[in-house]
Ligand binder design. Structure first.
Ligand SMILES: NC(=O)c1ccc[n+]([C@@H]2O[C@H](COP(=O)([O-])OP(=O)(O)OC[C@H]3O[C@@H](n4cnc5c(N)ncnc54)[C@H](OP(=O)(O)O)[C@@H]3O)[C@@H](O)[C@H]2O)c1
Length: 258
C-alpha cells in the first residue's frame, strides 16, 4: 500500500500544468485530493474526474489564494470535508510579466500576494489541520528566477525569493510540530505559463530549444519530474529535510558558460 493512501493533499492551482500532474499523481497513490482553481473551473473538474476514476476522492475548490478571505474559505471547506490535512503543495502562481521599467505597484502586489504572501497565511491555516493528523508536509514550488535573471520576470523572481525565505522560516518553526517544509525549484517546464510572456510567440520555441539542448541531462524538465520530487518531499523518507529548496533543472543553471 502507498504511504499516501487516504492522506488528504491540497495542491493549489491544480487544474492545469504542473499542479495537475501533482494532483493526478497523489490521486493514483490513493490520496484524497483537493483540487484548487481560480479562473478555470473546467480543467479543475476534469482533473478531479480523472482522480475519481482511479478510485480516490477529489474535492474541487475555487479560491484566489492571493485573497486572504478566499484563502480562509478554502481551508474552512477542507476542514468541513476532511476534518484535517496531511500535505499542502503551494503550486499556484501568477505574475505581471514585464521589464523592470514597465512594472506597476498593482502588478507587484498581485504577484507577491499570490506567489508569496499566500504561502505564509495558507500555512497558518494548514498547521492546525495537520496537527489533527499528527503532522504533515508542506512543499512550495519555486523557480530559478529566485536567484537567476529571467527576462520580464522581476516580480515573479522577487516573489519566489520571498517564497524560499518563507520556506526556511516555516521549516525551522514548524519542525517541532512534526511538519516538514521544503521547496522544489524546477527549470523550464513546457506549460501554459510560458505562453503568458509577451515574447513567447516570437522567441518561445527558440527558448525551449535552447534550454533543452543546453541542459546537461539532455532535455527539459517535465511536470512528471516535478511530481517525483514533490512526492519524495511529502514522504517519510524526507523527514530530516528542513527548509531546503531543491533545484530540479537537469544541471542547466550550474554552467557558467555554454
Ligand atoms: N512552467 C515553468 O517553466 C515553471 C518553472 C519553474 C517553476 N514553475 C512554477 O510551477 C508552478 C506551476 O506553474 P505552471 O507552469 O504549471 O503554471 P500554469 O500552467 O500557468 O498554471 C498556473 C496554475 O495556477 C493557478 N492560479 C493562478 N493564479 C491563482 C490564484 N490567484 N489562486 C489560485 N490558483 C491560481 C491557475 O489556476 P486557473 O487556471 O484556475 O487560473 C493554474 O492552475 C508555479 O508556481 C510556477 O511558478 C513553473
Amino acid at each position: 500500500m502507498s504511504q499516501f493512501q487516504d492522506k488528504v493533499v491540497l495542491i493549489t492551482g491544480s487544474g492545469r500544468g504542473i499542479g495537475r500532474t501533482i494532483a493526478l499523481r497523489f490521486g493514483q497513490l490513493g490520496a484524497h485530493v483537493v483540487v484548487n482553481f481560480f479562473r478555470n473551473r473546467a480543467p479543475a473538474e476534469k482533473t478531479a474526474e480523472a482522480i475519481r476514476a482511479k478510485g480516490s476522492q477529489a474535492l474541487v475548490v475555487k479560491a484566489n489564494v492571493g485573497n486572504i478571505d478566499s484563502l480562509a474559505a478554502m481551508f474552512a471547506q477542507i476542514e468541513a470535508t476532511f476534518d484535517g490535512l496531511d500535505i499542502f503543495i503551494h503550486n499556484a502562481a501568477s505574475g505581471f510579466n514585464r521589464s523592470v521599467m514597465e512594472q506597476k505597484p498593482k502588478g507587484w502586489d498581485w504577484t507577491m500576494n499570490i506567489n508569496a504572501r499566500s504561502f505564509l497565511f495558507a500555512a497558518q491555516h494548514a498547521v492546525p489541520l495537520m496537527e489533527k493528523h499528527g503532522g504533515g508536509a508542506i512543499i512550495a514550488i519555486s523557480s530559478l528566477g529566485s536567484e537567476r535573471v529571467i527576462p520580464d520576470y522581476v516580480t515573479v523572481g522577487a516573489s519566489k525569493a520571498a517564497l524560499e525565505t518563507l520556506v526556511r522560516y516555516l521549516g525551522v518553526e514548524l519542525a517541532d510540530n512534526n511538519i516538514i517544509v521544503n521547496a522544489v525549484s524546477p527549470g523550464l517546464v513546457d506549460t501554459d505559463a510560458l505562453r503568458h510572456f509577451a515574447s513567447f510567440e516570437e522567441y518561445g520555441q527558440a527558448v525551449i530549444k535552447e534550454v533543452g539542448s543546453n541542459t546537461p541531462a539532455g532535455r527539459l524538465v517535465t511536470t512528471e519530474d516535478v511530481a517525483d520530487v514533490v512526492c519524495f518531499l511529502a514522504s517519510s523518507q524526507a523527514k530530516m529535510m528542513c527548509g531546503q529548496t531543491i533545484v530540479l533543472d537537469g544541471g542547466y543553471s550550474l554552467r557558467a558558460w555554454r
